[in-house]
Design a protein around this ligand. Sequence first.
Ligand SMILES: NC(=O)c1ccc[n+]([C@@H]2O[C@H](COP(=O)([O-])OP(=O)(O)OC[C@H]3O[C@@H](n4cnc5c(N)ncnc54)[C@H](O)[C@@H]3O)[C@@H](O)[C@H]2O)c1
Ligand SMILES: [Zn+2]
Ligand SMILES: [Zn+2]
Length: 360
Amino acid sequence: MDKQLSNKSKMVQTKTMKALVYDGPGKIQLKDVPLPKIEKATDVLVKILKTTICGTDLGILHGKTPSVKPGTTLGHEGVGVIEEIGTSVRNFKKGDHVIISCITSDGSCEYCKKQMYSHCEDGGWILGNLINGTQAEYVRIPHADNSLHLIPKGADEEALVMLSDILPTGHEIGVINGGVKPGDTIAIVGSGPIGMSALLTAQFYSPSKIYMIDMDENRLKMAKKFGATDTINSAKEDVLKRILAETKDGVDVAIEAVGVPETFDICQKIVRPGGHIANIGVHGKPVELQIQDLWIQNITITMGLVNTNTTPMLLKTVSSGKLKPAKLITHHFKLNEILKAYEVFGNAAKEKAMKVIIEP
Ligand SMILES: NC(=O)c1ccc[n+]([C@@H]2O[C@H](COP(=O)([O-])OP(=O)(O)OC[C@H]3O[C@@H](n4cnc5c(N)ncnc54)[C@H](O)[C@@H]3O)[C@@H](O)[C@H]2O)c1
Ligand SMILES: [Zn+2]
Ligand SMILES: [Zn+2]
């Protein structure tokens, strides 16, 4: 009888897990929630080995992203090991170590066929947004064949967490959309993990000058170490004045990596004729477009959600040691300390934080 009971309680125990649940603006809790299950033949269940927090999660917490409903487990980044596999998954097997892409995609719809995975008709950014995410012990990944990347044997798995979102985002939405070319002068407004990822990947294309702009002195110092040629503290200095004094007539590419009207405004002021403004930031409010000044300047403005179509390429650059994203990691926490991790990442300037790793 006792044995039966203890087996039963064990079963109940194994059916729940810890997860960081969004409970409405300003509210998150580490809770016991039901273990996810395979729901479709194309799903896999991943046991999370490492996850992290994104600026987007802070945005959700500040009520910027109404698509996230209370009760959702947050998180769209991480690496893990496949625990269970749907019957039609072909590319992965139980036990494989994988990078979870922040974008889920079926690989077969019209958008996927254009490599616009961010707009997959049965996916896109759904993890930690429309379905439960990775800040938990386990996560269900739909369309696993197209939404995971196999981790090469012997790789630094912690560094590869940066491939779930930040590196492809900085690269695709900042650097590629911005059309960064050899010799360009570029400015990246925002030196958080996303701005830093744009900084690291912009260097593939050899710009001659890279300004990093932020109000956090520690992040600007890090940016100098990671390849910025110049830094501007926008709380202390007039960005426009400085850039106009040091360039002919502004920057070729202005990358917005914050997501507030003030930083978009800096970008539209510092871009030179023929230049690009590449907006990466997730905005929760309208911005004022200075079209009366810009129309005549032959400016290209781009914005968008990361497609993660360059992740396989970025994985090769990390594996070969050309790109070293581990240097973005400043803090480590256990999953049961995740509220502390949010506090530290949310007070990055005070805590000297960049990317925080959370592990079981
Ligand atoms: N488009 C996409 O697909 C995509 C993907 C991931 C993240 N994002 C977005 O990218 C943005 C940056 O993400 P992150 O993780 O680096 O966020 P973060 O919050 O860690 O970094 C933002 C940085 O901006 C700085 N900042 C804030 N206000 C500023 C101002 N007025 N002037 C200058 N600097 C200022 C902060 O000091 C901080 O260093 C967020 O909006 C996030 O939601 C977009
Ligand atoms: Zn993100
Ligand atoms: Zn699709």
